[in-house]
Structures are given as structure tokens and as C-alpha cells.
Write a protein that binds this ligand. Structure first.
Ligand SMILES: [Zn+2]
Length: 596
């Protein structure tokens, strides 16, 4: 059977049916409802104002319409027909390679040098690779050979086509051409103001404010950069001055990726723009500074914490991204097992007492605290937090930042805070005796206190409090419960595959049997070959019940408390990690690296 020559919904649907991705009934349904679905999608995505003629951007593609039906692929046990699946099938039907575009693998120069932006937008194509004079161009429509031929002739290029989804292509066009255009334009302006590349000199002559407030290109370059980082779910953005250039890198799921290399003269203006946004002292370049930016992406507020340090070739900036979707989660989606969640929730519902969350840096304690406070927040309760520094600014809470420099310490804030009539108090961290005493005092006077400590497990937290000088009977009287937590990486659902633990591995984890089925990620486009996607919390929860209170008051040691906690049903982090592995959430390797 010959394949169609034009990309319409009808052709596409028939093609998918032939490839077994649609059943006969689904095909009929798609053909019957196609037109109205297209109209619905169109009005959903494009309001009248944003409609532009003569570009492929504002059209709803046949693949998008087909995917929007959320149809189950016949015989797939629940797998839904997505744009990616459709594009992949379309590619193989038309003899093209399918490319799921990974923006991190693209080169800014290659993307933007060969194809003019209007032409790329109009035809939804993007250059993704250049190798020995051959340009690989990703296209959204496999039947647009004429356009590509025209381009090849006009620009004297040898072009190879691959097929990608419209959304993937559009994303690249927006991010890369936008950023590139801004950097080039700004560079051109800088270059016309001074002849040499010595921008330091330029700043001294012209002054900071002039460059910052007038250069709209620098402003949009920074906007593009931030949007790109949010889109890629980067947790950190690094902007590093080198001798000849400036390197921009993102940290994504714990791993650093190089993103852009930009001309050196652009480094200082971009840094200045970021310093201005974060309200730093612009003239100060020799001392490290900290600042904060609140911004908006896809209708959600994102908090950025910015820090600058002088390095050999200029100022280096690191921007930490606080995404509310990460910091504020539903407690039941964070990875708690049912018993632990039930216990933890019971602590939070008590009118007074102390709830402690413990773990090393980066174990997700802040997420647990913020998410807990959020679950408790209502117009009737007054929540006050004391943090060093404030991680993310939340309107529902009254947050106070510690400022050691001017004598505003945890201790001094806590002494005054009770006059603010709080119901619930969150103390960022208990580090010293004074803070511990204040926490106890607040709990004794009828407040619910949430805080964190740097300890490894629940039982040793008791010992740490004793070391800080809290009397045993005070611990018994105030501490409701302790949560010890860690984060493990979750296996990518797209490339998850089963394997068997070897007898050695079973022995290492001290498992009763010598073989278990576990899962791991093979590595795919969705997870950038890492086999992991996202992270899940592990929670060990200990309730300070009557038996444990008696032990603590009687000055029992760590071994006795640990043994009693086990008998009272506390499941250790290690056991919880192993359960997560056996359930297919995480891998053997993650369990090993977490449990040391
Ligand atoms: Zn994967």
C-alpha cells in the first residue's frame, strides 16, 4: 500500500491504523471527531491576538490533534498514543530517522547559522547537527521535501532530513534564536561603543547603570536564559568567565551540562543584569554577594537565589532555582510508605510539641517542612518561620530571615517571636543550645514547632539533642516524633527493565533469598541516557511513644533507644530503601550509594 503524500489528520490516522497503533473503531472515532477537535484545540491554544499569518507556528498539527484524543494503543495495556509515538511511526513509514531533540546536545552556532529564523519558523525546521559539511535538519512534516530542496540550493548546503515533533522544533527555535539574537545584538552595541573587547574599561568609563538600564538585548538574553533553564528543570545555572569566553552550564537531576559558550564581552553585562535583578551592589565586584529574584514561569512563581564570587577571569554567578512544584508537594506524593505517612500526619495534627526532620544537606528536608506547613496553613492559623536564609518566599507564612551580620540570630528572633502570637513555628535548623532551648520553650507554651537537625537517623537525633544540652525530661515532654529522610533517584519509566540481583548483591544487602527481580533504566532519550527521572523521598519515622519517652527520661543510650524503636515498629532508612528497590521505584545502585 502506498503511503500518503500530504500530512493530514485523515492520512495520519489511516497510517497509524495500518501500523497497529489505532484500532478500526478508534480510527472511525478520530475521523468523525477530527474537525471539531481541531477547532477546540485551536481556540484553546491561540487567542485572537496571538494569531499570525504565514507561519507554521499557529497551526494545530495533525499529530497534535491525534494525540489529544489520548487513545490507548491496542494491546498495549494502557500505553497512550502520544505525539512522540506518532512522530516515530510517521518517520519509519516515510523512511526518515526519528529524532527526539535533546536541546542540551545542540550547538547554538549550528542551530542559528544556516537557516534564517523566519524561514525556520514558517516551515518548522531546525538545524540540529553539522558533520563534514552535511547539515542535519529536523522537520515536522515529512512531505516538505521541496522546501528543504529550495533551502539546500539557495544556501548551497548538503542537507539530511530527520523527523521531530512540532513542539520539539518550536522549543528550539524559540530558545536558541531568541538567545542568540539577543547576545549578538547586545554584542554589536557594546562593540560600537568601544573598539576593543576590554569591557572592564568600558564600564569604568560609562558606569554600570547606563549599560544596564538601556540595553534591551542584554535584558532579553537573560530572560531567554532563565526561561530555558526553567523549561529544562535545571536546579542550578552557572555563568563562568573564562579567559576568552563565558561558559553557561545547567545542573539537571544532579548532573552538570554545558549549555552555551558566549563571547567574553557579553559576560559582564549579563552578570550585571542578574545582579541588578537580585538587588545586589552592582559596583561591588571583589566581594561575594547573595541576592534573590522572584519570577514567573508558566503561571507559577519561581524563586531564584543568586550568589556571585570573584574568580580569576571575572565574576562567577550561580543561580539556584527553587521550583514550587519541587519544594511544595502533597505529603502523600513525596514517597512516604503508608505507615510512615499516617504517623507523620498524626504529629502535624497535634496542637503543641516538636516535630523534627533530619538528614544530611540535600536530603529534601526543606521540601518536607514547606510541604507540611502548606498542608497546615489556613486562615485560622498563624504560621511563623525563622530561616537562614529564607529558602522560598511564601505569602501564607510569616517568614523571618536570620541576619547574623546585624545581630539578628535564630536565638534573638525566637525570643521575640512568641509575642507575634504564632500557632505554628518553623525553625530552619537547630544548630546550637540556645535555639534548642527556644524550640523547647515554644513547644511548652502551646505551639507546634517544626525544625531540622543534621543527624543520620531518628534515634541518634535524641542523642544530638542531649549533646546540645536539652535535659532528658524536656525531650520527653516536647518531642512528638522524628523523621529521618533521604532522596533516591527514581528509575525512568520510559526505559525501565527488569533484572535479577546476583547472589552477591543479595548477600551484600543481607536479603533472605539469593535472587530477586529488581528494575533499572536502560537509558533513553527521555532521561538523557541516565536511566533516572526525578527523585523520591525515603522516610524513617519514629513516634516518641510512652515506652521511648520513659527510656529517654531515664537517660538510656543510643543502643537501647535504637533497639526499642525497632521493637516499636520503626522501619529503618535502609529497609525502606530496599523496599523501594523491590517495588521498582529505584535501583540497587541507588540503595548502595544512599546507605553508604
Ligand atoms: Zn529513560
Amino acid at each position: 500500500m502506498s503511503e500518503p503524500k500530504k500530512l493530514t489528520l485523515e492520512n495520519l490516522a489511516h497510517l497509524m491504523e495500518r501500523r497497529g497503533l489505532l484500532s478500526r473503531e478508534q480510527l472511525k472515532d478520530v475521523l468523525a471527531r477530527g474537525k471539531s477537535q481541531e477547532a477546540r484545540l485551536y481556540s484553546l491554544h491561540y487567542s485572537g491576538a496571538s494569531r499570525r499569518k504565514n507561519t507554521g507556528v499557529e497551526l494545530v498539527s495533525p499529530s497534535e490533534i491525534l494525540a489529544s484524543f489520548n487513545l490507548e494503543i491496542p494491546g498495549s495495556h494502557g500505553q497512550v498514543l502520544t505525539v512522540d509515538t506518532i512522530t516515530e511511526a510517521l518517520a519509519s513509514a516515510t523512511g526518515l530517522s526519528y529524532l527526539k531533540i535533546d536541546p542540551l546536545k545542540l550547538d547554538l552556532q549550528v542551530v542559528t547559522n544556516h537557516i534564517p529564523r523566519p524561514f525556520a519558523l514558517k516551515n518548522l525546521i531546525v538545524a540540529v547537527n553539522e558533520l563534514r559539511g552535511v547539515i542535519t535538519v529536523a522537520v515536522a512534516d515529512p512531505f516538505n521535501e521541496a522546501i528543504i530542496h529550495e533551502l539546500a540550493v539557495a544556501r548551497r548546503l548538503e542537507i539530511r532530513r530527520v523527523l521531530s515533533s512540532k513542539n520539539d522544533i518550536l522549543k528550539i527555535l524559540r530558545e536558541f534564536y531568541g538567545f542568540r539574537a539577543s547576545v549578538l545584538a547586545a554584542e554589536a552595541e557594546v562593540a560600537t561603543s568601544i573598539d576593543l573587547g576590554n569591557l572592564e574599561q568600558f564600564f569604568k568609563l560609562k558606569g554600570q547603570q547606563d549599560v544596564e538600564s538601556t540595553d534591551k538585548h542584554v535584558i532579553s538574553a537573560v530572560d531567554f536564559l532563565l526561561n530555558y533553564a526553567f523549561d529544562q528543570h535545571a536546579s542550578d545555572i552557572h555563568i563562568e568567565p573564562k579567559r576568552e569566553s563565558s561558559l553557561i552550564r545547567f545542573r539537571i537531576d544532579g548532573v552538570i551540562h554545558n549549555i552555551h559558550v558566549i563571547p567574553k564581552p557579553m559576560h559582564a553585562p549579563i552578570i550585571s543584569r542578574i545582579k541588578m535583578l537580585s538587588r545586589m551592589d552592582m559596583a561591588e565586584k571583589r566581594r561575594p554577594q547573595d541576592g534573590r529574584i522572584k519570577t514567573n514561569f508558566n503561571n507559577k512563581d519561581i524563586e531564584l537565589r543568586v550568589s556571585t564570587v570573584p574568580v580569576a577571569f571575572g565574576e562567577k554567578v550561580v543561580i539556584r532555582v527553587f521550583d514550587p512544584d519541587i519544594l511544595l508537594q502533597d505529603l502523600d506524593s513525596m514517597g512516604f510508605f503508608p505507615r510512615e505517612l499516617l504517623l507523620f500526619n498524626s504529629f502535624l495534627r497535634r496542637p503543641n510539641g516538636i516535630v523534627l526532620v533530619t538528614g544530611p544537606t540535600g536530603s529534601g528536608k526543606t521540601t518536607t517542612l514547606y510541604s507540611s506547613l502548606r498542608s497546615l496553613s489556613s486562615p485560622e492559623v498563624n504560621i511563623v518561620t525563622v530561616e537562614d536564609p529564607i529558602e522560598m518566599v511564601m505569602e501564607e507564612f510569616n517568614q523571618i530571615g536570620v541576619q547574623q551580620g546585624i545581630g539578628v540570630s535564630f536565638d534573638s528572633i525566637l525570643r521575640n517571636i512568641l509575642r507575634q502570637d504564632p500557632d505554628i513555628i518553623m525553625i530552619g535548623e537547630i544548630r546550637d543550645r540556645e535555639t534548642a532551648e527556644n524550640a523547647v520553650q515554644a513547644a511548652l507554651t502551646g505551639h507546634l514547632v517544626l525544625s531540622t537537625l543534621h543527624t543520620n537517623d531518628t534515634a541518634s537525633t535524641i542523642i544530638r539533642l542531649l549533646d546540645l544540652g536539652v535535659p532528658p525530661f524536656m525531650i520527653s515532654a516536647t518531642v512528638l516524633g522524628i523523621v529521618a529522610q533521604r532522596l533516591v533517584r527514581k528509575i525512568c519509566p520510559h526505559c525501565k527493565k527488569v533484572r535479577n540481583l546476583s547472589p552477591d548483591e543479595c548477600a551484600y544487602l543481607q536479603l533472605p533469598e539469593s535472587s530477586y527481580a529488581v528494575w533499572e533504566g536502560a537509558g533513553c532519550k527521555e532521561c538523557r541516557g541516565t536511566g533516572y527521572r526525578g527523585r523520591s523521598g525515603l522516610f524513617e519515622v519514629m513516634e516518641l511513644n510512652e515506652r521511648l519517652k520513659a527510656l529517654v527520661s531515664g537517660s538510656a543510650g543510643l543502643a537501647a533507644i535504637t533497639a526499642a524503636a525497632r521493637q516499636e515498629g520503626v522501619i529503618t532508612l535502609r529497609e525502606i530503601a530496599i523496599n523501594k528497590m523491590l517495588e521498582g521505584v529505584t535501583t540497587y545502585e541507588e540503595v548502595i550509594s544512599m546507605t553508604g
